[in-house]
Design a protein around this ligand. Sequence first.
Ligand code: SD4
Length: 336
Amino acid sequence: MKRRKFIKAASLTSVGLAVGGSLMSCNEAVSKESKEQNEEAIADLKGLPLVVATWHVKAATAKAMEILQTGGNALDAVEQGCRVEEADKKNQTVGKGGLPDRDGKVTLDASIMDKHGNCGSVVYLQNITHAVSVARKVMEDTPHVMLAGEGAKQFALSKGFEPEDLLTEASKKAWEKWKVEAQYKPIINIENHDTIGLLALDKNGDISGACTTSGLAYKLGGRVGDSAIIGSGLFIDNDIGGCVATGLGEEVIKTVGSFLVVELMRQGRSPQQACEEAIHRIVKKPNSNFMDFQVGYIAINKKGESGCYSIHQWFSMTKFQDGVNAQIQSDYFNKS
Ligand code: SD4
């Protein structure tokens, strides 16, 4: 809203200047009003640029902020931020080093969405570390939104991505230990990193988002989660704001969570209120077994406000704004 005012004010001012001095004096009142609108709009943009991410990923938000501060746009920022975690072998939930499915295969889901509402995603991608960059290529270089499995891999190779073995020794060991009992149970995450979702608002007030994951550890072969499903794991509307999800993807998909959060913001809720309502939709379902799983949302709006909320304790958001890169513990539903 305010940015539109700013653009309108700026264009009104330039029209006034273009038509010369005499008209300018006739338009003095308009110019004064425009100047005030202009100042008001600039004041509103003080919290920009802004980067938020799911979990404790300060290196990723720092990278994204560096991109924004050196002239990059929100789309470049979210992609580069995600790549930091994808390359980190110690992060066993994303990219290289991700925990495998029950057959020992590391399969990745990722998505990206820009200020125009363009989007790209990959699901069940194997042997390529930077799934988020493949998703961006799908968005920019194909007429499609989503590529899956072998097709996604062949597409990535055709774009020059290097094939790699993503199963690290540590993840292989964890899988072998899991195989002893081979019980599938989603784990309520109390660690400080997991699927990474990143949202950025750049200096122009434009929003982009991205999400990347190796999905649930020891999932069934072929399983796809929410992270690459536009509207579930990620949604951006540049007029309103953006949202990304983490946690049990099946529950996010069933409620089209990120789209819901953005629509709630469109109806006037703050990012915090919208995230809370989207979590309530999950836990208040009849027969919800929410005690057994975690879901968390983070969201931002055009004003540079942000929010986060989860079902259980220990979800966190990393936020880089006004020179401060900080981990923020999320409020949560289950206080029992
Ligand atoms: C999925 N949402 O594949 C992802 C996993 C995740 O925190 O976010 N874990 O369901």
